[in-house]
Each structure stands twice: as C-alpha cells, then as structure tokens.
Ligand binder design. Structure first.
Ligand SMILES: Nc1ncnc2c1ncn2[C@@H]1O[C@H](COP(=O)(O)OP(=O)(O)OP(=O)(O)O)[C@@H](O)[C@H]1O
Ligand SMILES: CC(=O)N[C@H]1[C@@H]2OC[C@@H](O2)[C@@H](O)[C@@H]1O[C@H](C)C(=O)O
Length: 371
C-alpha cells in the first residue's frame, strides 16, 4: 500500500468512441497533481475496432467479449510498455455495457493479466463496486476535475465538460478541502455527445466523424426533432445520472428523413442542448465551460454550446490542461486514490449512498505466487 507520498502513476482510457487508447503519466499523491508527464496514444486498427464494436452491449461470458478483452489488453500492453518510471497503472478498460440499477457495468480487459504483462501493480475495475452499492458507476473523472481546478488556480466554482461519445459535466468548487467534501462536486452525464454524430457519418458517408463540424455547418437544425429528443425523461431527472453509449440510439431514426447536413446539424445541436439542460442543475453559475474530449475540436458544436447554454465554452488548454489526455490522467490519479484507500466517488458524483473507494489493485508479485 502506498503511504502519503506522491508517485508517478500511469493512467489509461479507452473511450466510448472506440478510436484508441490514451495513456498519461501524472505525479500525484491522489489528492494533488504535482506534475504532468509523458503521454501516448495508440489507435485501434479497423479490424480491432470491428471486434470491439461487435461486443458493444455484451456482458461477461457472452459471445465476442473474450475477443474484445484480448484486443483491449494487447493494445494496452503494447502502449504501456513504452513508458518508464511508473509505479502504478490505472487501467479503465473498454466499457462494453453500462446498466446501473440493472445488469451492472462491464469494462472489458483484465487488470490481472495486464499486471502480469507489465510487471507493475494495476488498479482496475473502477466502476463495479459503486454500481453494486447503488451508484451510477459513472462519471468517475469528477474527483480528478476537482484536483484540476485546484491545479489551474481556480478560486471560484468552475465546470468541466467532457465531449466524448457521451457528454459529462462536473461542477466543482475548488474552495472546498477535498473532492469528497460536501459541496465540492456535482457531476453527471449530460446525454449523447459525439456518438450519434459519428454513427450518422459512418452510416451515411463511411466517415468516422464530422471533421471540424463541416457537414453540420451546412445544415439546418430540425427544431421539432430536437424538441422531441429533449422530452426524454433522462433530461428531467435530477443528477447524478449516467448513460450507456447507445442509450439514445433512436435519435438516428429520428433524423432518418433529414438530409445529411440537416441530420448532422440536428445531432450536433442535440449534444449542445443536452448540455444546456444539464447546466441548469449547477448549484451556482460558472463563467466558463472548460471543455475536454474530442468535441472541443468541433467549432460548430462549441458555438452551439455557447448559444444554447449562454456560457462561454473554451478548451481546457486555456487553463493549462490537456483535453486529449485528461481522462487518462484521471485514471492515473484514481489509481493512487485506490491504492491509498481514498474515495473515488460519492453521492454527488455517482449518486452512491456514501463516499466509496472503488477499484482494486492486482500486483504482479502476488499473481506470480498463484498456481
Ligand atoms: N477535429 C474534429 N472535428 C470534429 N469532431 C472531432 C474532431 N476530433 C475529434 N472529434 C470527435 O471527438 C470524438 C472522440 O472524442 P474522445 O476521444 O474524447 O472520445 P472518447 O474518450 O472515446 O469518449 P468518452 O469520453 O465518451 O469515453 C470523435 O469520435 C469525434 O466525434
Ligand atoms: C460507463 C462509462 O464508461 N462511462 C464513460 C462514458 O464516457 C463519458 C461518460 O460516458 C462518462 O460517464 C464515462 O467516462 C468518464 C471517463 C468518467 O467516468 O468520468
């Protein structure tokens, strides 16, 4: 078990957009960020992506899951072998299915096998204890967002918005003493973000995403489709709340009759409008949305965000953070929290009844002793 001191931790994220694996080093004691280190990315090949896609929505033991886990483990082992100096790894794995309150949450990839492959302790399975205790199991980055806000020198509440396949928002008050302190964080998934746009581009044009929002820029938003989308019970629910990647798959059916450009514009507006519905839950207003994740590279989405929330939206780079690697860094930070027995979620982030330390650590030496 780590004592109080800071260590170099290596965090990883394989996100819902299935593009690849991010990995980042952070010097941290699980409370503060002392230094950011090296980062690397490894894309999934089209064949690997197809294996992962085929396993989406599947649970342990079902067909296609073992193959997906192999892809995830091999990609991580290859990428992480290039790093030096890490004392612990935070391995998120690939979410294949997420149904808190139902069948649970499923991240493919074994931290035990990764620990053996790397010869390092690996913290993993970050979400299932939270779900078992009645939480949403997501989002988990919020406690890290608190550390980021402190690192960025914020002296009043700020909001982080992750625009990945799914969107998630964290409101944080950096004046609190710790992320688990009451009033420090309020976090939740906002709704679909890039996943429906990517799925549309793939289905209609064979492209992975709407580069620069160019297609959306040419279209008009179908406000009636948007209004129907916003009628979904998810938006009226109080946070915390979380989503599966494909929870809004019927959104694609709703834009089926629209031109390519109008459909792209409508799905982009849906991502922005979902955030606006979420921002209405902030305990106090914020001056800026600090945006992380791939969606910050889409200027049409960023402009729609500002228009629909009335809040300035800026990439997190503006406060000295790395928007491509922030989630990977989050799992480095959370790995140290797991090793130190600190909580990783709480009532205001996942809705778990009491603060909880999720995740477990697999150690190569312990594994070597097993028959
Ligand atoms: N230049 C760009 N123009 C438009 N969209 C972009 C651009 N770059 C990235 N994106 C969008 O961002 C997505 C990837 O975002 P990101 O890597 O943050 O997702 P993720 O981490 O896999 O998802 P999640 O956070 O939900 O797990 C791409 O699939 C694409 O839709
Ligand atoms: C179940 C799951 O993997 N959820 C992801 C997903 O991607 C974004 C959003 O939905 C968020 O809830 C979460 O990831 C981030 C890293 C989180 O836990 O904070």
């Amino acid at each position: 078990m780590l004592k109080g001191g800071a260590v170099w931790a290596l965090g990883t994220m394989s996100g819902t957009s299935l593009d690849g694996v991010d990995a980042a080093m952070v010097l941290t004691d699980g409370e503060r960020i002392l230094e950011f280190g090296e980062t690397r990315y490894r894309a999934y090949s089209p064949a690997e992506r197809a294996v992962l896609r085929a396993a989406l929505g599947r649970w342990p033991g079902e067909a296609a899951v073992a193959g997906a886990a192999e892809v995830v483990e091999a990609a991580h082992a290859e990428l992480l072998a290039a790093f030096r100096g890490a004392e612990i790894v935070g391995f998120h794995g690939q979410t294949l299915a997420h149904e808190p309150g139902g069948r649970g949450t499923h991240q493919a990839g074994s931290g035990e096998r990764l620990a053996r492959a790397l010869g390092l302790p690996v913290a993993w399975d970050f979400r299932s204890a939270d779900v078992a205790a009645g939480g949403q199991g997501a989002p988990l980055a919020p406690f890290y967002h608190f550390a980021c806000a402190r690192r960025a020198g914020a002296d009043r509440p700020v909001a982080f918005l992750n625009l990945g396949g799914v969107g998630n928002l964290t409101w944080v008050d950096p004046r609190q003493t710790a992320p688990e302190a009451p009033g420090a964080c309020l976090a939740f998934d906002t709704g679909p973000a890039n996943a429906p746009i990517d799925d549309l581009m793939q289905a209609r044009l064979g492209q992975s995403h709407d580069e620069g929002g160019r297609l959306a820029a040419e279209g008009e938003v179908a406000e009636t489709v948007l209004a129907r989308f916003l009628d979904h019970a998810f938006f009226a629910r109080m946070p915390p709340k979380s989503l599966d990647r494909d929870a809004f798959a019927d959104l694609l059916t709703a834009v089926a009759g629209l031109s390519d450009a109008d459909a792209a514009a409508t799905l982009t507006a849906a991502a922005a409008a979902a955030v606006a519905r979420g921002a209405a839950h902030f305990p106090t207003p914020v001056r800026q949305l600090l945006v992380t994740g791939g969606g910050r590279h889409n200027p049409v989405l960023m402009a729609m965000l500002e228009a629909r929330t009335g809040i300035e939206a800026v990439p997190v780079e503006q406060v000295g953070l790395d928007g491509d690697m922030l989630e990977a860094q989050a799992f480095a930070y959370l790995a140290v929290r797991v090793a130190r027995g600190l909580p990783t979620s709480g009532p205001s982030t996942t809705g778990v009844p009491a603060c909880l330390g999720g995740g477990r650590v697999s150690r190569p030496e312990a594994l070597a002793l097993q028959p």
